[in-house]
Ligand binder design. Sequence first.
Ligand code: CTP
Ligand code: MG
Length: 173
Amino acid sequence: MEQLALFILRISLMAIPLYVCNGLALVFGGRKHIDFGRKFFDGKPILGEGKTFKGTFAGIFFAGIASLAISTAFPQATEIMGTNYMFYGTVLGIGAVLGDFAGSFAKRRLGIERGKSVLWLDQLDFVAGGLALGLIIAMPTPLEALFLLAFTMIAHVLGNTIAFSARMKKVPW
Ligand code: CTP
Ligand code: MG
């Protein structure tokens, strides 16, 4: 039982900065494109219009704020990450943004337009990027990493289904 509680606690401590970063990048998405509208050698956008300065820095900033707030409110709980949690949360945010950039970079190389969805990549690039960069500070167990990826996928599908049923979205994906 205690094992399970610890597992859920660690998962949540990793998930929150990642989700905050991704969500708030969307909310704060601005106009200045982080690739300055430039094209890559293939003549296609480097990252495209979905990656802006405001969104990027808001995502990282709020990942840092969220982890600062959590480590202030629950210092004992965050100790279980075995590191300075505010620092870890910020690095998760930076990694999430970089993973998201990598996803967009790959999509543009494949000629997929900005905003066109690619199942698995769109939902998981930021989680994979965050956890990967986070390795410089803390290491999730393979089970924790897998669980986070699977949970994110399921949450995405559920969220979209609900938004579709509530007529907030036109398509259920
Ligand atoms: N966003 C941003 N800056 C980022 C990430 C996201 O401004 N670093 C904002 C953009 O307004 C973007 C929205 O959040 O359109 C959704 O993000 P995402 O789904 O990652 O971008 P897409 O528009 O789908 O573009 P892509 O095809 O490159 O994934
Ligand atoms: Mg998208």
